[in-house]
Write a protein that binds this ligand. Structure first.
Ligand SMILES: Cc1cc2nc3c(=O)[nH]c(=O)nc-3n(C[C@H](O)[C@H](O)[C@H](O)COP(=O)(O)O)c2cc1C
Length: 192
């Protein structure tokens, strides 16, 4: 069986983003496991703030491109900053737009239903952004019908959490990331 294709999406565009750093580490772990991994930046998919009237006149090209990226992969790893105890507006906006791109005859939420998702978060706060993961899990599972694995990693005090090689210093957190990556690969490998 060919190696599954995994897409990594950091949910922040901030320079020096902790979630971009966590996404880079997830990409490294996936690469070490010899899967076919692609990391994108939402910067390359500029989207206006979602507006149903705009959507009615046809979703932007970037929304269709993002959806195609998801469809081309069996697994998706998302890292999510926590904003006001929830997901970043960047991530929510992208998910809402992707969910509105629908080819004729295609079932709803096609980009989400056929693949498996793993989640991680990082925050300079002590909670590690875990509330953003709860919100993101709800959006993906209940909102979009996705399969989200239970293994996840939430990195607190992210400004201090990485060493010079950009690995996680804390062994428990490093093990949580590896466990999420392992399960993502295993389930992505059996996706149609
Ligand atoms: C508007 C706003 C709201 C925030 N709310 C929270 C929060 O509820 N919990 C938390 O841990 N951090 C919160 N933060 C801090 C961010 O999670 C933190 O800056 C994080 O590093 C952002 O992710 P990034 O480094 O990947 O850009 C908030 C930041 C902003 C700008």
């Amino acid at each position: 069986m060919p190696a599954p294709k995994i897409l990594v999406i950091p949910g922040s565009l901030r320079s020096g983003s902790h979630n971009a750093r966590l996404a880079a580490l997830a990409t490294k772990e996936l690469t070490l496991a010899e899967v076919d991994v692609t990391r994108i930046s939402l910067e390359d998919y500029p989207l206006p703030l979602f507006d149903a009237d705009l959507a009615a006149s046809g979703p932007p090209l970037a929304a269709a491109q993002l959806k195609r990226m998801l469809i081309a992969h069996q697994g998706v790893f998302i890292t999510s900053p926590e904003y006001s105890a929830s997901v970043s507006p960047l991530l929510k906006n992208a998910i809402d737009w992707i969910s509105r791109v629908r080819e004729a005859g295609e079932p709803t939420y096609a980009a989400f239903k056929g693949r498996v998702f793993a989640l991680g978060s990082a925050s300079s706060g002590t909670g590690g952004g875990i509330r953003s993961l709860m919100a993101l899990r709800q959006i993906l599972e209940l909102g979009c019908g996705a399969l989200v694995i239970p293994e996840q990693v939430a990195v607190p005090r992210a400004d201090l959490a990485f060493d010079d090689l950009d690995d996680l210093k804390d062994e428990t957190l490093a093990a949580a990331l590896k466990a999420a990556v392992r399960r993502l690969i295993a389930l992505a490998g059996v996706m149609p």
